[in-house]
Design a protein around this ligand. Sequence first.
Ligand code: G3H
Ligand code: 13P
Ligand code: NA
Ligand code: ZN
Length: 308
Amino acid sequence: ALVTTTEMFKKALNSDYAIGAFNVNNMEIIQGIVDAGQAENAPLILQVSAGARKYAKPVYLVKLVEAAVEDTGVDLALHLDHGADFEICKSCVDGGFTSVMYDGSKHPFEENIRITKQVVEYAHAHGVVVEAELGKLSGVEDAVHVDAREASFTVPEEAAEFVEKTGVDSLAVAIGTSHGAYKFKGTPYLDFERLKTIHSLIPDTPLVLHGASTVMKEFVDRCNEYGGDIPGAQGVPEDMIREAVKHGVCKVNIDTDLRLAMTAEVRRVLVENPAEFDPRKYLGPGRDAITRMVRHKIKDVLNATNRR
Ligand code: G3H
Ligand code: 13P
Ligand code: NA
Ligand code: ZN
């Protein structure tokens, strides 16, 4: 069935594992991820961004996810990723999602609290859970000065006040990750002391790590080997994810690694089989590549095998 993340997070919170939250926007990606979750007997969150919703049209994504549940019998949470305002959160609550993120991180603290509270009120009244975000994820281009970057990190005392005032179910924190394939220029760095402090102040609140793709070298290399041009890509090392899940991080967001795994395989198949033009012949291998990658994440990085 489609379930909320409440039970998943309750079990993960004080254990050394986390739930993978994978971004979806088409059938092959959904099937690739769900097959991996089923094979590993792992809890799963499928998440949809505003862009993905627009690309696939909302009803298609919901029906595809419902089909995945019906076909496999697995329990999944269907989550809105980075909802920008109350309206999109409401629309997803009304449309069958079990979880929504309201991302008010661009707003001043009080405004973020005000809108998050409004989303929480509506969502909870409809049996849906809410993730919010405090602090800003900064990309490589923003990180001119280390000080400037750290100024955007989540302030632990604010996190405690925010959770208290909003009643939010989970909280995304900024500790040095960013979205996309270019997370660090030099040595990767995450502020684990800050994460531990946040977790100690709000020990009952599941924390969320956005921008958690590793930008796996094998996929970047394969893309580049078969005609791609993705120089200097760098993500969060796997050991840092393994560490984060021990300190309150219950949800680990992964999109970029899905994109890279699928694209690397599609590129390889097309280059090696130039006469091929049946989409099933490259999307099928792309889907299988996603399954292998997600199984690796679940088993070797998130430690979530057999946690269902
Ligand atoms: O948070 C970013 C996710 O990777 C979704 O990306 O907005 O391009 O769908 P998107
Ligand atoms: P990545 O770009 O690191 O995969 O992060 C995805 C994410 O945080 C989606 O919300
Ligand atoms: Na955990
Ligand atoms: Zn994100």
